[in-house]
Design a protein around this ligand. Structure first.
Ligand code: BES
Ligand code: MN
Ligand code: ZN
Length: 504
């Protein structure tokens, strides 16, 4: 949800109003196009800027910036010079970041901005200019649909425009098309995570996925009756204490060869996690509206893949439930029979995510026989203890997938760190009464025992990755391209993985 932002491309020219944003390196050097435009407007491109830079001790370091208000000779209200450090060191994800920084330099009051896709080493390529535009769009995202009392001087202009000036307008527009729809997928994921749980309960979540039909995704919704029939008692046990029934949604995109095994993406969609009977403390419990960030990512990804007509077969499955305490809620000590046939003794009802995944993963492997399965889940506080908010925890039975995801993480900045799986942890899951308990019983290695549990529901040795995104899915560190509580984490990572390795 973004206030009407018009993103476009245009030629290098001095704008007649608004804000102009340009880049320089750590020698305060501009690109040729920038120097030319500023030079003819200001007399000398470097003179005024050099004086201001000296006064402000601006050295062009990466991420730093210099503002010149009403520079004489230009018609803009402000010229902002953004430092990039060494231009030759910039990589693809840095162009996104530059777009984000540029968007951040458009003051709330200003309606027009122009940013020059130009560097000392030469004008940016069409792809780089398009990356900047994507970064600008992601930065501009705001979730404010419940703010009704904006004061007049806080209201943004009715519409805002950010123009990326480039040497190749047609090429940049073409390159931007898929980046634009991927951004839409990320924003969809962010919206879903940001929505409160009184609005976004399982049935409503499922209803919103129906919008994907518009981009060519087939959507099936399974209600409680349908899931009972499948024997999904692990998932259903979690949702039985809620007034809102659970749902499973299956989304299919067939952009690849007919008959090719699909890639499968599975998301934990706990719309609210109170902990159930093993209830959580009150502090920060409101954050548990975001416990469906894994499912949100899967929906955003399916939207992105379909919108850019990715040449791949992909399925997205999400298990949507609410974990509530109630007279009918599941108890510690209860034993449920999962769809796989394995029985599970419930220890702590707050370990609900793995129960949802157990049935959805089993179903995904059996029905689709996918090339691989990747699940995303805000699964454990323990992964935040281990990795903080910078890396998601990655658990996998497949070295090739691990390597590919590692590289996709480095390329996109959505980082993953591999954690161990090993049968030596299995004894922690032994139960006196059932085939297994669903928690390790101690806090030690909490993210690992969770993964170890989930692995038992990966049918037929399907290549599988579990991403524990408790630290990255919401309330994560703000970046130049994300100022939203719900980050939409994972959409860019997995879109990239698909594009780099699985599209023919
Ligand atoms: N949704 C939580 C994990 C979580 C915590 C995500 C904080 C994001 C931020 C999960 O369902 C949970 O409660 N896990 C328990 C498991 C424990 C009871 C074995 C945890 O991590 O404490
Ligand atoms: Mn929980
Ligand atoms: Zn949870």
């Amino acid at each position: 949800m973004t206030d009407a932002l018009k993103l476009g491309f245009g030629p290098f020219a001095a704008p007649g109003k608004g804000v102009l944003i340009v880049f320089c390196d750590d020698a305060l050097k501009f690109g040729v196009a920038t120097a030319k435009v500023l030079g003819s407007a200001l007399g000398s491109a470097t003179g005024l800027v050099a004086r201001a830079a000296k006064a402000e001790r601006f050295t062009g370091k990466s991420g730093s910036s210099l503002d010149l208000i009403m520079p004489e000779g230009l018609k803009v209200g402000r010229l902002t010079v953004v430092g990039v450090g060494k231009a030759a060191d910039l990589t693809a994800k840095d162009f996104l970041k530059l777009g984000g920084i540029a968007m951040g330099k458009l003051p709330a009051s200003a309606s027009d901005g122009v940013v020059f896709a130009d560097l000392p080493g030469g004008a940016m390529s069409a792809e780089q200019a398009a990356d900047m535009a994507q970064g600008a769009r992601l930065r501009a995202y705001k979730f404010d649909r419940y703010k009704t009392r904006k004061k007049d001087d806080e209201k943004p202009p009715a519409s805002r425009a950010m123009t990326v000036a480039t040497a190749d307008v047609a090429g940049a527009r073409k390159a931007f098309a898929s980046r634009d729809t991927t951004a839409a997928g990320i924003e969809l994921a962010r919206d879903l995570v940001n929505e409160p749980a009184n609005v976004l309960y399982p049935e409503e979540f499922a209803r919103r996925t129906l919008a994907l039909k518009k981009v060519g995704v087939a959507v099936e919704v399974f209600d409680v009756k349908a899931m009972k029939k499948l024997g999904m008692n692990a998932l259903l046990g979690v949702s039985q204490g809620s007034a809102h029934d659970g749902r499973m949604v299956v989304m299919r995109w067939n952009g690849g060869k007919k008959g090719d095994a699909p890639l499968a993406f599975i998301g934990k969609g706990v719309c609210f996690d109170t902990g159930g009977i093993s209830i959580k403390p009150a502090a920060s419990m409101e954050d548990m509206k975001g416990d469906m960030a894994g499912a949100a990512c899967v929906v955003g990804l399916m939207h992105a893949l379909a919108s850019r007509k990715a040449k791949v077969n992909a399925v997205g499955l999400i298990g949507c439930v609410e974990n509530m305490p109630d007279g009918n809620a599941q108890r510690p000590g209860d034993i449920v029979k999962s769809m796989s046939g394995q029985t599970i003794e419930i220890i702590n009802t707050d370990a609900e995510g793995r129960l949802v995944l157990a049935d959805v993963l089993w179903y995904a492997a059996k029905r689709f026989k996918p090339k691989f399965m990747i699940d995303l889940a805000t699964l454990t506080g323990a992964i935040i203890v281990a990795l903080g908010q910078e890396y998601a925890g990655m658990f996998t039975n497949n070295d090739e997938l691990s390597h590919r995801l590692h590289l996709s993480g480095e390329a996109t900045g959505e980082l993953v760190w591999r954690m161990p799986l090993n049968p030596v942890y299995d004894k922690m899951l032994d139960s006196k009464f059932a085939d297994m308990k669903h928690t390790g019983g101690t806090r030690w290695g909490g993210a690992i025992t969770a993964a170890q549990f989930i692995q038992r529901f990966v049918a037929d040795e399907t290549p599988w990755v579990h991403l524990d995104i408790a630290g990255t899915g919401f309330d994560s560190r703000m970046t130049d391209i994300n100022k939203s509580w719900g980050s939409g984490w994972g959409v860019r990572l997995l879109d990239r993985l698909v594009a780099d390795y699985y599209e023919k």
